[in-house]
Every structure is written in structure tokens, then in C-alpha cells.
Design a protein around this ligand. Sequence first.
Ligand code: AMP
Length: 170
Amino acid sequence: MQLERFIRDIPDFPKEGIVFKDITPLLADADALRASVEQMAEQVKDLNPDVLLGIESRGFLFGAALAVNMGLGLLIARKPGKLPYEKDSVSYDLEYGSATLELHVDAVKKGQRVLIIDDLLATGGTAAATAKLVEKQGGQVAGFAFVIELGFLEGRNKLTPHPVKYLLKY
Ligand code: AMP
């Protein structure tokens, strides 16, 4: 299935010079959504994760679908002020601006293999920051999986030595 057909380029969003990769057409199409989740599951099964971790907010969509497909649970890293319980937090730079992510202090169990999920890898700042949260809590990063990798930004360099999987690369 040609998943590229379901990614819409939006120039100059949310800032001039950024080409935003809009995944909403892919989410809206039953066959494309199922194919993308099944392909992601196939790509990551050798990483043997114990649990998935979705990054707010589009990482939640693929994270939840993939978790059900793989028979695993889902942890969520959220933007500040959203999680109700005690949390760890990390701040980082991204392609447009800077940001903070939070994770409940008891989210990751010691030694757990955590697979980190988001819709898109750009500079890698978001995913690398999430990996720090996992490691801070005593987890192991099993790898990362994205629907889209913007290869020209070389974000995967920030994620070494962990495996990085993707469905579409630009
Ligand atoms: P980064 O930390 O630079 O890898 O940015 C990744 C995060 O920002 C992901 O959560 C993406 O959803 C979002 N993002 C960054 N750049 C884009 C883009 N060009 N199109 C869509 N989402 C983007």
C-alpha cells in the first residue's frame, strides 16, 4: 500500500520555512491506518519491547493502536501540566521552539524494555528527551518507531545507539 498518498504537505505551518507533514488523511482512511499499524508492528517485533511509550499527542494515536496490535500496554509522555500524579520532567529543543515533556514517576518499571513511538522524527530532540525520561526511571530503551522520518534533519544521530524504525522517509 502506497502510504505516501495519505501524507499531506502543509507549507509554512506552524512557522514559515517548515513543511508540516499532516497525517490526518492517513488516520481517516481505514485501510491506510490498519496497514500503517500492521507494518509498524512487523518492523518492531524483533525489538522485544515490554511496553510502548507514546509521545503527546500524535504519538498517542499510533502508540495506542500499536499497543493493542502487539498485546502490550502504553505509557504516555505528556506536555506540562497534563499529568495528574507526581512526575519526572525533561526540557529540550525542537525544530520549531523548545518544549518540556513529563512522565508519571512510576510509569516505567526497573529494567523494562520501552519502545518509544511518535508520528514523526524531525531533529530528534523530542524522542531523545523521552529516552532520558525512560532511562531516569530505570528502563531500557528498546528503540524508536515513527510513521515518518525526515532523514535530511539527521535526527536519528541523537538516538544512537538505539534502533530507529520508520514507515516513510523524506
Ligand atoms: P523533533 O523533536 O524535532 O524530532 O520533532 C518531532 C516532534 O515535532 C514530533 O512530535 C512531530 O509530531 C513534530 N514535528 C516536527 N516537525 C514536524 C513536521 N515537519 N511535520 C509534522 N510534525 C512535525
